[in-house]
Design a protein around this ligand. Structure first.
Ligand SMILES: [Zn+2]
Length: 430
């Protein structure tokens, strides 16, 4: 946590270093001494409560390895998921607040604050500012979720807007160069290592800390739990949901994804000529007794289904339309079938280019109707692109003989998956 409780016992170097005995280094499993039974009971209760406060974080909370640290005055976490616990302070906080602090520490390691600090160029002179920025970003989400933190800095305490990224907060604090408190969350937060940190890498997975491989597995498990909770409509902070989606579907620039998703099937159609007996083979003269068909290249047919009742961000939609028009022109597609799809109907029409789309607003559209109408059009389109805000049911797979490219405009709706489906998310115009 960022601020030790005012009533916490002062740190004594004797107790702070007592668990670092070199004799423990030889036996990995015993390097982290187990908590005393009464302390273990309190920690177990706090951990169980933490897993109830944010159930989708249960895997992370139960992966933390407790290390007793009398006199620390707070909790801290190192980059190997060891959480240093001052049990006396935990008793003052009680189970509920200790649980909230455990969730806070889990967020530090889950969000990879240690690595992100390094990527941001944080130095020994600036890691307190990073720690503060990271604390503000975490606590912002936790307070939103009504977690009973005993204390903790919030973005507004630092003159920062809510819902920001750690990196942006850090940059702001760096430029401001004001005198700030010095938080003590440990190396797991990307801040200064706590004096008591064991320092060395864990040797036995899960017993004395998590190495990078185990940590990555925990992050993926939590990311799945977060997205599952969000899709069930449970309370999850938007920041955490975005984190989970980024982790499970690393962000590739959308133009690149769109180019591949539309360009590949279109090029496949134009590349493979089909036999055409109505046109003689240009080399038929060489073998007049052996008739051969001529070759004709298919003109790729592309259909674009537009969710006209969607609430889509206009600049993002315009960026998508401009990119699709350019892609089609470069690939020799002279016209497209546009299916405008709203709650009442799906109407296909052939146009030379995607023009100004009329969006009516409102919801309740089922894009499966528009996709079916596009796939039923003849000649059958090789690619069906769908422009939508994503608030719609999706087919389990692409229609037979077509590639389905759902272009979801906005950050929140889930991306559809299935055979023949390549979804693209657009959250920024560039
Ligand atoms: Zn912290």
């Amino acid at each position: 946590m960022s601020e030790p409780a005012a009533s916490a016992a002062p740190t004594t170097s004797a107790t702070a270093t007592s668990t670092r005995g070199s004799s423990a280094r030889n036996t990995a499993a015993t390097r982290v001494a187990p908590l005393e039974p009464a302390d273990a009971e309190l920690f177990a209760a706090a951990r169980l409560r933490a897993a109830r406060l944010q159930p989708y974080l249960a895997t992370a909370v139960f992966s933390l390895v407790p290390v007793a640290q009398p006199g620390l005055g707070t909790f801290a976490v190192d980059r190997y998921w060891r959480v240093y616990v001052d049990v006396a302070v935990a008793r003052e906080w009680g189970v509920e607040q200790s649980a909230a602090v455990l969730v806070h520490e889990a967020h530090h390691v889950l969000r990879q604050h240690h690595d992100r600090a390094a990527a941001c160029g944080v130095t020994v002179d600036t890691h307190d500012l990073w720690n503060l920025a990271a604390d503000a970003a975490i606590n912002d989400d936790l307070v939103d979720d009504r977690l009973p933190l005993p204390d903790g800095v919030l973005p507004r305490h630092l003159g920062l807007p809510p819902n920001g990224l750690e990196e942006a907060y850090y940059q702001h604090l760096l430029e401001e160069a004001a005198e700030r408190e010095q938080p003590t969350c440990g190396s797991g937060s990307g801040g200064a290592p706590a004096e008591c940190e064991l320092g060395d890498e864990p040797e036995e997975s899960g017993v004395d800390g998590l190495d990078e491989v185990d940590a990555a597995a925990v992050r993926r498990a939590v990311a799945h739990d977060v997205t599952a909770a969000a899709s069930r409509g449970e309370c999850t902070s938007p920041g955490l949901v975005l984190w989970a989606r980024d982790l499970l579907h690393p962000q590739v620039p959308w133009r690149h994804v769109l180019r591949t998703a539309i360009g590949r099937p279109v090029r496949e159609v134009t590349r493979d000529p089909h036999a055409d007996w109505t046109r003689p083979d240009r080399r038929a003269d060489a073998r007049p007794d052996f008739p051969r068909p001529g070759a004709r290249h298919h003109a790729p047919d592309v259909a674009v289904v537009v969710d006209t009742s969607a609430s889509m961000d206009r600049p993002l939609l315009d960026a998508a339309v401009t990119e699709i028009n350019g892609l089609l022109r470069r690939n020799g597609v002279r016209s497209v079938v546009v299916v405008t799809c709203d709650v009442e109907s799906a109407r296909p029409q052939r146009v030379r280019r995607l023009g100004d789309l009329v969006l009516r607003g409102g919801g309740g559209t089922d894009m499966r109707v528009g996709i079916a109408a596009a796939a039923a059009h003849r000649p059958r389109p090789s690619v069906v692109v769908v422009l939508t805000d994503g608030e719609t049911p999706w087919p389990a797979s692409a229609p037979t003989g077509t590639s389905l490219v759902p272009v979801v405009i906005g950050a929140h709706a889930p991306l559809p998956e299935g055979p023949g489906i390549t979804a693209v998310r657009i959250t920024a115009p560039t």
